[in-house]
Design a protein around this ligand. Structure first.
Ligand code: TYD
Length: 295
């Protein structure tokens, strides 16, 4: 079994290690996370391309960074795409702090909440309790990990954010919209240099039944290797996942400036190429320049 274990979590330093393997990640006061390995484990907490000090604030004209999220139903391939985009951003903007993180998780407290949410019986939580746990994790993640990077002009790439709550707890479980309005307001009450809203969201769309099968097969393979399975949502029936996909369609329709539909039935390379083209356009609009390329 592999666990993220807190080594030291008193502020200002917070370090995680994965028992049995060598990758070590750190969260500093400004929550910049330092990778000690070039590749990321599937079970990542949070990794960053540089140590915070080297961020060139002048690269971001607005003084705020860029917040990019990946969304989609189970097995849509967003984790692979966020990895590839993270690698590309590091190449393209070596002087910018680029952080890759995930939800639920990405900070010490949120990682603890993650295991409550993703393991155990499907019926462990009432939809309302589940929603509050996702938002408790999100608030911690936002304040401790994401916001400090954005405020210093960094780029954050995050697997899932509030659209997941809307799609899963709102559309999947049928919770009313007013709950989300109130909870999103709570996140935005944190007086900050960046609104608690992604700048760009890629929604990877596939047939939810196909994605669910793909994801279940991956989990089964992990289980046979003795890995802990975070499969609480994969055990919910396919109709739930169809409602989640309908939720994403609704989100896409209502947020055309922020959300980009990505046909996830294509090859990993094709999808990555399209995402990079889109990011190039939008990030250069923010004023970032792909200068000082590594040779
Ligand atoms: P994860 O193992 O990260 O899977 P995935 O690769 O599909 O992202 O599990 C996250 C699960 O949590 C996923 O099934 C979606 C669900 N989820 C919600 O239901 N609401 C949320 O707000 C978030 C962030 C995730």
């Amino acid at each position: 079994m592999q666990h993220w274990s807190p080594l030291l979590f008193d502020s200002p330093f917070c370090t995680y290690f994965k028992s049995g393997v060598s990758e070590v990640y750190s969260l500093s006061a400004s929550s910049h996370c330092t990778p000690k390995s070039a590749d990321l484990p599937r079970n990542l907490n949070c990794v960053s391309s540089n140590d915070g000090g080297a961020v060139n604030l002048g690269e971001s004209p607005k003084g705020t960074g860029v917040f990019i999220t990946f969304e989609g139903c189970e097995g849509c391939g967003k984790t692979e795409q966020s990895k590839q985009l993270y690698a590309w951003l590091n190449e393209e903007f070596p002087e910018i702090n680029v952080v890759r993180t995930r939800e639920p998780g990405g900070s010490h407290g949120a990682e603890q909440i993650r295991s409550l949410l993703l393991t155990g019986e499907v019926s462990s939580w009432l939809p309302q309790s589940e929603l509050l746990l996702f938002y408790a994790a999100r608030y911690d993640h936002w304040v401790h990990t994401i916001l400090p990077v954005l405020e210093k002009g960094g780029i954050v790439v995050c697997d899932r954010f509030f659209d997941s709550s809307n799609a899963y707890q709102g559309w999947g479980h049928g919770l009313p919209e007013k709950y989300f309005v109130w909870l999103d307001q709570l996140l935005n009450d944190e007086n900050s240099g960046h609104p608690c809203v992604p700048d760009i969201t890629y929604v990877l769309c596939i047939d939810p039944a196909v994605g669910l099968k793909r994801s279940q097969a991956r989990l089964q393979a992990g289980r046979s290797l003795g890995n802990e399975t975070e499969d609480r949502f994969e055990r919910i029936d396919v109709d739930f996942h169809k409602r989640v996909q309908a939720g994403y369609e609704h989100i896409l329709k209502n947020n055309p400036d922020r959300c980009v539909r990505v046909d996830a039935s294509r090859s990993i390379e094709e999808i990555h190429r399209d995402i990079v083209e889109d990011v190039k356009k939008k990030v250069s609009r923010q004023g970032y320049k792909p200068s000082h390329k590594k040779s």
